[in-house]
Design a protein around this ligand. Sequence first.
Ligand SMILES: NC(=O)c1ccc[n+]([C@@H]2O[C@H](COP(=O)([O-])OP(=O)(O)OC[C@H]3O[C@@H](n4cnc5c(N)ncnc54)[C@H](O)[C@@H]3O)[C@@H](O)[C@H]2O)c1
Length: 361
Amino acid sequence: MHDMTVQLGERSYPIHIGPGTLSLADHWIEGLGPRSVVITNEIVAGLHLPALQHALGNHPHTVLTLPDGERTKSLANVDAIVRHAIEMGLGRDGTFIAFGGGVIGDITGFTAATFHRGVGFIQVPTTLLAQVDASVGGKTAVNHALGKNLIGAFHQPRRVIIDTELLSTLPAREFSAGMAEVIKTLLLDSEDSLRWLESHMKALMERDPRALPEAILRCCSIKARIVSADETEQGHRAQLNLGHTFGHALETAYGGALVHGEAVALGLLMAAHLSQGLGWLDATVTQRLRSLIAAAGLPTTLPSPKPGADTLLMLMGRDKKNLGGLVRLVLLHGPGQLEVTADYPRAALDLTLREFTGEPS
Ligand SMILES: NC(=O)c1ccc[n+]([C@@H]2O[C@H](COP(=O)([O-])OP(=O)(O)OC[C@H]3O[C@@H](n4cnc5c(N)ncnc54)[C@H](O)[C@@H]3O)[C@@H](O)[C@H]2O)c1
């Protein structure tokens, strides 16, 4: 098992990574407070709730099971969680336990940030995407009809328990989606990290019990380092959004036909294409990225029917990371060499959007 810490002064917290961490209840049951509310969804509950409840033992807790899917990340469901917590008598010293993928982690974290002006929560992520990314760093959010993650808060978990055995039931498509964030994180870190990924890609896709926890540890360590330096994204942390401004626009445009990780994979390719078009990025890096994305079983071209370039541009303009109306993007000079900027020719962005949407420029 790997143990690491996200260093954030008094808000620092441990992450436990490895097979079977969930059952090591003595690691984490202390400090839960007098009672907890577990938030999960119908799929995860059906597969893994008994394991979590076994680990919780006699600790007083109730379970709220939400529907599956991105649409669950809504204010209406925040209300449902708050109602349940009040009815169950959860006080300021209670704890929310997020047991699911990024959707459950995000909505539970957001509710924990606001309930009683902030209560503790624990992340027990059950998808690869949530284990390598969403459960760490304290970004929480729900969606609005007009866009993803538009209502949110920074609220760090008290602890993250990453049990890699939970991934055994993850469908291939969701595993691939998580690999998109693995690729993103190791690409934004360094050439060495990218090489490590290239040499372990096959093992990772086979869910190798040694390679998988190592990849998760690497991703969590990289993310923790960046978050420690810039918790609320005043600067450096924006790097973690590599591929995400394009990705969020795609996710909204496809209305659920693409899962988050698939949209991120395509967003990474679009960011690389634009960086290359600006003369910043060597074509070999784009090619290596494309190979990794294909090896992960992720799309390298937009599925049909494709959205229009103008639609994507409009959706990117709505991204909350934009400053002063400019579409701010994370672009690449090479592995580990990023630039967060709105200072690029608009025509270059148009060209990338048209290239991917197949519209004549
Ligand atoms: N807060 C952050 O920093 C951050 C970072 C990245 C993504 N996100 C958010 O995370 C969400 C995407 O997360 P996700 O990809 O985990 O999606 P998800 O939570 O919808 O999970 C994907 C699917 O896998 C199922 N599932 C979960 N665990 C399973 C298991 N062990 N076995 C079988 N099926 C399982 C879920 O029920 C769901 O159908 C998006 O809303 C995105 O905005 C947040």
